[in-house]
Design a protein around this ligand. Structure first.
Ligand code: PLP
Length: 326
C-alpha cells in the first residue's frame, strides 16, 4: 500500500529514536527538563516570540491559545474550513465560550474586507481571528506574506487578537523560501506541530509573549498537557528541526510531480484531487490510500515515508482508480 492519507502517518526514523533515547530529561512541570527547555528556547527564537510552551498536540496548542486570549461570548472569526472550526470538536465553544464564525474565503485566506464587514459589537471585547498557514482544507496552500500582513493589520485595527495555526508553517516556509518568523512574529500566538511533515511521533509548541505563555500554563494544566520527562519527545522535535526541515522540499517536489501528472496543482505537500464519490475505496483497491480533504475532494499527501518509486506507481494507479487524467 502507498499511504498518501496524511503526513501524520510517519514513524520515527532510527536516528530520531536514537536522539530520543539519548535525551537528558527531568520533571517538565518543575521546569527541570533540559531538553524541553531547550526546544522551547529554540522555538521562541525561531518564531520571533519571547517564549514557547511544549504540548502534546497542535489541537491542544490551538485551544490553549484561544482560551488564553479571549473572553466568553466573543467571536472567533476564521475561514469556514479552518481546523479549529471543523476538526476540534467544538473546542472553541466548549473550552472558551466563543461564538464561532466561518467565512468563505479563497484558499482559506480571511481578507481585511471580511474583518471590516463584521459588526464591532459581534466581535466583542476579547474576539480573535485564527489564520491557518499552510491551509489544510484548501490543499496545503501558502498564505502570501503581504496578504497575511494586511489581514493581521485589519484584525488589529478592530482590536482582535490574532492566532496563527502554523501546524504546517515549515511547509509554507520551505515552499515560499521565506523564514517562518516572517509570518509568526506578526501573530499574537503561533502553533507549530511536530507530528506532521517533521516526522515526530507527537509534540507541538505554542509561542507568544512571555506574559501570554505564563498564562497558557493554566491551560496546559487544565487540559492535561502538563507532562513530566517529556524531553524524550522534545528530543525528537529538536532532531526534526535539525534534520527534517530542509527535506520538506523533497516532499513538495514529489507532490508537484504527482499533481502535474494528474493535471492538478500543488503548492506544498498536498495534492487536492476531485472525488468521484467513492474515490477513497477505489484507490484503496488499487493499492493507494488517499485521505479526505473537504467535501467533494480527496487529498494525496507526501511525507517522510513516501519515495520517488511510490510516486511513480501512484501516477499510474490513481488515474486508473479515479479516472483523473492530465
Ligand atoms: C491545520 C491543522 N491544525 C491543527 C491540527 C491538529 O494537530 P494535532 O493532531 O497535533 O492535534 C491539524 C491536524 O491535522 C491541522 O491540519
Amino acid at each position: 500500500m502507498i499511504d498518501l492519507r496524511s503526513d501524520t502517518v510517519t514513524k520515527p526514523t532510527p536516528a530520531m529514536l536514537a536522539a530520543m533515547t539519548a535525551a537528558e530529561v527531568g520533571d517538565e512541570q518543575y521546569l527541570e527538563d533540559p531538553t524541553v527547555n531547550e526546544l522551547q528556547r529554540r522555538m521562541a527564537e525561531l518564531l520571533g516570540h519571547e517564549a514557547a510552551l511544549f504540548l502534546p498536540t497542535a489541537t491542544m496548542a490551538n485551544q490553549i491559545a484561544l482560551r488564553t486570549q479571549t473572553k466568553p461570548g466573543s467571536m472567533l472569526l476564521a475561514e469556514e474550513r479552518t481546523h479549529v472550526l471543523v476538526y476540534e470538536w467544538g473546542g472553541p465553544a466548549i473550552h472558551s465560550g466563543l461564538v464561532m464564525k466561518g467565512v468563505k474565503a479563497e484558499a482559506g485566506r480571511v481578507t481585511p474586507e471580511h474583518i471590516a464587514a463584521e459588526d464591532t459589537w459581534d466581535l466583542g471585547p476579547g474576539g480573535i481571528v485564527v489564520l491557518e498557514n499552510t491551509h489544510r482544507s484548501s490543499g496545503g496552500r501558502i498564505w502570501p506574506l503581504d496578504e497575511f500582513h494586511a489581514t493581521v493589520d485589519a484584525a488589529r485595527d478592530r482590536g482582535l487578537a490574532v492566532h496563527l495555526d502554523g501546524a504546517r508553517l515549515f511547509n509554507a516556509s520551505v515552499g515560499a523560501g521565506i523564514e517562518p518568523v516572517a509570518w509568526a512574529r506578526r501573530a499574537d500566538s503561533v502553533t507549530i506541530c511536530f507530528s506532521k511533515g517533521l516526522g515526530c511521533p507527537l509534540g507541538a509548541v505554542l509561542a507568544g509573549s512571555a506574559e501570554l505563555i505564563e498564562r497558557a500554563w493554566q491551560g496546559k494544566y487544565l487540559f492535561g498537557g502538563a507532562m513530566r520527562q517529556a524531553g524524550v519527545v522534545a528530543a525528537a522535535a529538536i532532531y526534526a528541526l535539525e534534520h527534517h526541515v530542509a527535506r520538506l522540499a523533497d516532499d513538495h517536489a514529489r507532490a508537484r510531480r504527482l499533481a502535474d501528472a494528474l493535471g492538478l496543482d500543488s503548492e506544498t505537500n498536498f495534492v487536492a484531487i476531485p472525488d468521484p464519490g467513492d474515490g477513497e475505496a477505489r484507490a484503496r483497491r488499487q493499492g493507494v490510500l488517499l485521505g479526505d480533504l473537504r467535501p467533494g475532494w480527496l487529498r494525496a499527501v507526501t511525507h517522510l515515508g513516501v519515495t520517488d518509486d511510490d510516486i511513480d506507481r501512484a501516477i499510474e494507479l490513481i488515474p486508473e482508480a479515479l479516472g483523473v487524467h492530465a
